[in-house]
Design a protein around this ligand. Structure first.
Ligand SMILES: Nc1nc2c(ncn2[C@@H]2O[C@H](COP(=O)(O)OP(=O)(O)OP(=O)(O)O)[C@@H](O)[C@H]2O)c(=O)[nH]1
Ligand SMILES: [Mg+2]
Length: 489
C-alpha cells in the first residue's frame, strides 16, 4: 500500500455528507464526523459554548449561521442559515468511533447547499462514498460482514431481504465464521503438538477426520446459501413468455394488482417488453411481460419477438404460458423442452375459467407430454415443477403459482429470518477457498502426507475465513467494497 493510500484510509479529518435522499422533505439529516468536528461546528452555531462543551449522546437545539468573517463589521450579525437540532456523539461512542454530529435540518435542497457551504468554510470536506462506514470498520466498530450488511440493509427491497441483512448486521455471519475459525485453530493446535513432539509419533497423523469433514460440509453449505442470498439481494428476473394471446399481459397485471399492460383479444398486442418490480412472498422479483411468439409479417412484431427470445435466455426463470383451452402446439413443446433443459421453466396453463368444470383437455395433453419428459429430466438431474393451472379472470390458481415460484427461486427454509444466508460473491469465493483447502487436508490425511504440509492447508483455510470478516484485508478490497457504498453511509 502506498503512503498516500494509507493516509486516506486512516485519516480522521472532519467529513460531511447528506445521510437522507436529496430533495424536498420535512427534515433532512446531515452527518459530520472527524477529529475536532464538534468544536469546529460550534463557531457557526448560535450557542457555541453549549455545543463545544456538549457531552456525547446529547441533543442540542439552535441555529447554524454563516462563519463569522473577521474582516467584517463586528456589529453585523452573521446570517442565519437554518434552525436545527444537533445530535452529538463523542468518541468512541459513535458510528465511526470518532466525534460526530448529526444535523437535523429542514429538507430544502437550497438550505442544505448553504449548510454544506458553511461546513466547507469550516475546513471540512465532503465524504467519499462509504467513508463513514470505512472509518467504523478501521476503528473496530464493525467487521467487514457487518459493514457490507449495512449497505444491504439500505438496499433491501422486501421484508425478508431486510431481515436477512439485519441478522448479518447483528453479527449472525460473523459468529458462524468465528466458530469455524475456532474449530480450525483447535485442529491446528492438534497438528502443532504432534509436530513439536515427534517422539510420540505413532507413525500416522492423529487428526479427527470427522471434524475436518463436518467443518468442510458446514462451510460448503454456507457457500451454497449464496444461491438464495443473491435472489434476495438482486431480485429474481422472471419473464412471461408464450404464444400471442396466451394471456401473458393479463397475468402480468394480475401479479402486479395493477392495470399496467394493454390486454386485448387481438393477437400481437404486446410489442415492446414491459418490466415491473414486485414482492412475491418476500422474494424481490423483476417481472417482464414479453411480445407473444407467432409467425408474423410485421417487422415491428418480429423485432418484438426477437427481443422476447433474447430475454428468455437471460432471465432466472421463464413462465411459459399456454392457453389451456387450446393446448400446446409443436413450437410450444420445442421451446419448453429447451428451457427445461436449462432448468429455467415453469409451464403455466391460463384461462382455466374457460374449461368445462372438472375438465382439462389442454392439460391432459400436457400430462402425456410431461411423462415423456420426466425420464430425460431425471437423467439430466433437473428439478421440474408441476405445471400450474390458473385463470387471470377469477384469480384461481394464483396461490399455486406463488408457491411454485417461491419453491423454485429460493428452495428450502428461506422464510427463517434467523437463517444465516450469504449474498456476497466475495464471501462465497472465500468460503469455497476454505472448502478447497480443507479438501486438501482430507486428501493429505488419507494419503499420509507429512504433517507440516497439512498444517499449511489448515492455515490457508483460516486465512480465507479471516478475509471474510476483514482481519486480513488488503487496501484494494476495502477500496472496492466501500467505493460501492452510497455517500453518507
Ligand atoms: N377467459 C379468460 N380470458 C383470458 C384470461 N387471460 C387472458 N384472457 C384473454 O385473452 C386475450 C389475450 O390476453 P393478453 O393478456 O393480452 O394475452 P398476451 O399473451 O399478452 O397476448 P400478446 O400480447 O398479443 O402476445 C384477452 O382477450 C384476454 O382478456 C383468462 O384467464 N381467462
Ligand atoms: Mg401481451
Amino acid at each position: 500500500m502506498d503512503m498516500k493510500h494509507q493516509s486516506v484510509l486512516e485519516s480522521h479529518d472532519p467529513i460531511y455528507a447528506l445521510a437522507t435522499p436529496y430533495g424536498r422533505s420535512a427534515l433532512a439529516v446531515l452527518r459530520i464526523s472527524g477529529e475536532g468536528c464538534v468544536e469546529a461546528l460550534a463557531t457557526a452555531f448560535s450557542r457555541p459554548a453549549a455545543l463545544s462543551d456538549c457531552t456525547g449522546n446529547t441533543l442540542i437545539y439552535g441555529h447554524i449561521h454563516e462563519v463569522p468573517d473577521n474582516s467584517r463589521d463586528r456589529n453585523v450579525a452573521a446570517r442565519i442559515i437554518d434552525e436545527v437540532m444537533l445530535a452529538v456523539y463523542r468518541a468512541p461512542k459513535s458510528y465511526t468511533g470518532e466525534d460526530s454530529v448529526e444535523v437535523m435540518c429542514h429538507g430544502s435542497p437550497a438550505g442544505i447547499e448553504l449548510i454544506f457551504g458553511v461546513l466547507a468554510d469550516l475546513g471540512m470536506r465532503p465524504a467519499e462514498a462509504g467513508e463513514f462506514t470505512r472509518r467504523a470498520f478501521l476503528g473496530g466498530k464493525l467487521d467487514l460482514t457487518q459493514a457490507e450488511a449495512i449497505q444491504e440493509l439500505v438496499e433491501a427491497e422486501t421484508g425478508t431481504a431486510h431481515a436477512l441483512a439485519l441478522n448479518r448486521l447483528s453479527g449472525g455471519l460473523s459468529r458462524r465464521i468465528e466458530s469455524a475459525k475456532q474449530r480450525l485453530l483447535d485442529l491446528m493446535a492438534a497438528v502443532a503438538i504432534q509436530l513439536d513432539y515427534p517422539e510420540e509419533d505413532t507413525g500416522h497423523v492423529e487428526l479427527p477426520g470427522s471434524e475436518v469433514e463436518e467443518l468442510r460440509a458446514e462451510l460448503q453449505m454456507l457457500a451454497d446459501s449464496f444461491r438464495i442470498g443473491r435472489v434476495f439481494r438482486e431480485g429474481a428476473s422472471i419473464a412471461l413468455a408464450g404464444r400471442t394471446n396466451a394471456g401473458k399481459s393479463s397475468l402480468f397485471n394480475l401479479l402486479l394488482r395493477e392495470d399496467r399492460a394493454i390486454v386485448s383479444a387481438e393477437a400481437g398486442t404486446t410489442r415492446d417488453y414491459l418490466e415491473a418490480r414486485l414482492d412475491i412472498e418476500g422474494v424481490p422479483v423483476r417481472l417482464i411481460d414479453t411480445a407473444g411468439l407467432r409467425l408474423s409479417e410485421s417487422a415491428i412484431e418480429s423485432e418484438g419477438m426477437r427481443r422476447s427470445r433474447q430475454l428468455m435466455e437471460n432471465v432466472d426463470l421463464v413462465l411459459y404460458l399456454v392457453d389451456a383451452s387450446e393446448g400446446m402446439n409443436d413450437e410450444d413443446q420445442g421451446l419448453i423442452a429447451e428451457l427445461e433443459a436449462a432448468g429455467r421453466c415453469v409451464v403455466v396453463y391460463t384461462k382455466r375459467d374457460l374449461l368445462p368444470s372438472g375438465h382439462s383437455p389442454g392439460v391432459a395433453s400436457l400430462v402425456g407430454h410431461s411423462a415423456d419428459q420426466s425420464a430425460g429430466q431425471q437423467r439430466a438431474g433437473q428439478q421440474r415443477a408441476e405445471p400450474v393451472l390458473l385463470s387471470s379472470v377469477s384469480g384461481e390458481g394464483l396461490g399455486d403459482l406463488h408457491a411454485v415460484l417461491v419453491q423454485r427461486l429460493v428452495p428450502g427454509e428461506h422464510t427463517d429470518t434467523e437463517a444465516v444466508v450469504i449474498d456476497s460473491r466475495r464471501h462465497r469465493d472465500l468460503l469455497l477457498g476454505a472448502v478447497a483447502a480443507l479438501e486438501q487436508v482430507q486428501s493429505g490425511l488419507s494419503a499420509g502426507t507429512a504433517l507440516d504440509l497439512v498444517a499449511v492447508d489448515l492455515q490457508e483455510a483460516l486465512q480465507s475465513l479471516g478475509e471474510i470478516t476483514g482481519e486480513v484485508a488488503s487496501s484494494e478490497i476495502l477500496e472496492r467494497m466501500f467505493g460501492s457504498f452510497c455517500v453518507g453511509k
